[in-house]
Design a binder for this molecule. Structure first.
Ligand code: ADP
Ligand code: MG
Length: 353
């Protein structure tokens, strides 16, 4: 029942949308926009598994930790593999968003994006983690749904629309109509895999062992999925596996495209596969509205051109593609009466741990 106290609480408490991504966690607060945008990293003490640093601070420690500390990405594969650590991360970020207000506020209402196709146990884990992190009410939404809302797609209309969200750990493809997901695909191939491709390529072709951060930098600076107007060079630093000595190697954007090609192809094929199963009426809608891309990986140079050419459709980047999920999750609370049906239902009574 909705009591006057509920009403008073809702007036003063924060409404929060969270994108619990495999690479980055973002928090949007109603009326304030994105207030937190940090890498999903946690540094923990090995023995006790206690969290010592979270977010940007933890990422700084990657590859530099002393023996008793490890830095991990608890969501690496799009699921909560490390429940307690994810909980600590959520608690920290919700607390941080809450602290930014000047007056003490009642506990917030929170909507969290979850990858589509997670199990009942995993859903329950995110719900429990959000509640124990201090939420007054917690709701879940499938990430592609949140991304589509954040991108401003008309998903509640009968006319079909489509989103492709390429993150760090997963690529999610979804086609919507009447507020529901009609066709979806979720694969564990995305930005991380591209970094891995570059590491492999450098190892095989140049006997050069490079780190994950070097690989990611190369991908962002010179990686592509389509010939660039002007091809470029980048210097890769690492360790030569034959001599064991540090070495710098110049590589071209053409080589980087070659390195990324298999992963890009997997993404292209996954989208084709989803389109193959789409009813013809919706296909005709999509030919008008095009395919909207979100997530950090969608910003790979030339990816929209490549997809347009292969799919014979208009493909476009959402505005601010990396914040769509957090903004979309937050927006559900702004229009709760109309949009609540888009939230994920939880089966009561299921337990976890
Ligand atoms: P997640 O939702 O899994 O947290 P994000 O949507 O935050 O992921 O995207 C992170 C991924 O996007 C990383 O793999 C990162 O390297 C990649 N990325 C970010 N910017 C670019 C860019 N300009 N070009 C290619 N990849 C990018
Ligand atoms: Mg994401």
């Amino acid at each position: 029942m909705f009591t006057p106290l509920d009403w008073l609480l809702s007036l003063f408490s924060l409404d929060i949308g969270i994108d619990l991504g495999t690479a980055n966690t973002l928090v949007s607060v109603r009326g304030r926009g994105i207030v937190i945008n940090e890498p999903s990293w946690v540094a923990i003490e090995k023995k006790t598994r206690k969290a010592l640093a979270i977010g940007a601070e933890a990422r700084q420690m990657v590859g530099r930790t002393p023996a008793n500390i490890i830095a991990i990405r608890p969501l690496r594969d799009g699921v909560i593999s490390e429940f307690e650590i994810t909980e600590a991360m959520l608690e920290y970020f919700i607390g941080k968003a809450h602290e930014q207000s000047f007056v003490p506020l009642p506990r917030p209402r929170v909507v969290v994006g979850i990858p589509s196709g997670v199990t009942e146990v995993e859903k329950r884990a995110v719900y429990d983690a959000t509640m124990s992190a201090g939420a007054r009410e917690a709701f879940l939404i499938e990430e592609p749904m949140a991304a589509a809302i954040g991108a401003g797609l008309p998903i509640t209309e009968s006319r079909g629309s489509m989103i492709v969200d390429i993150g760090g750990g997963t690529t999610e493809v979804a086609i919507f109509s009447l507020g529901g997901i009609v066709i979806s695909r979720s694969i564990r191939v995305a930005g991380d895999e591209m970094d891995e491709d570059i590491i492999q390529y450098m190892r095989t072709k140049y006997n050069l062992l490079i780190g994950e951060r070097m690989a990611e930098r190369a991908k962002i600076q010179v990686g592509s999925a389509y010939p660039l107007p002007e091809e470029r060079m980048i210097t890769m630093r690492g360790r030569n596996l034959v001599t064991g000595l540090p070495e710098a190697v110049e590589v071209s954007s053409i080589e980087m495209r070659e390195a990324l090609a298999p992963t890009v192809q997997v993404i292209v094929d996954t989208i084709k596969d989803a389109l193959d199963e789409t009813p013809p009426e919706l296909i005709s809608d999509l030919m008008e509205s095009g395919i909207c891309m979100a997530g950090g990986g969608s910003q790979l140079a030339g990816l929209t051109e490549r997809l347009s050419e292969e799919l014979n459709m208009r493909v476009w980047l959402a505005e601010d593609p990396m914040t769509c999920v957090a903004r979309g999750a937050g927006r559900v609370l702004e229009d709760y009466d109309n949009l609540r049906r888009l939230l994920v239902g939880l089966h009561r009574g299921s337990t976890h741990h």
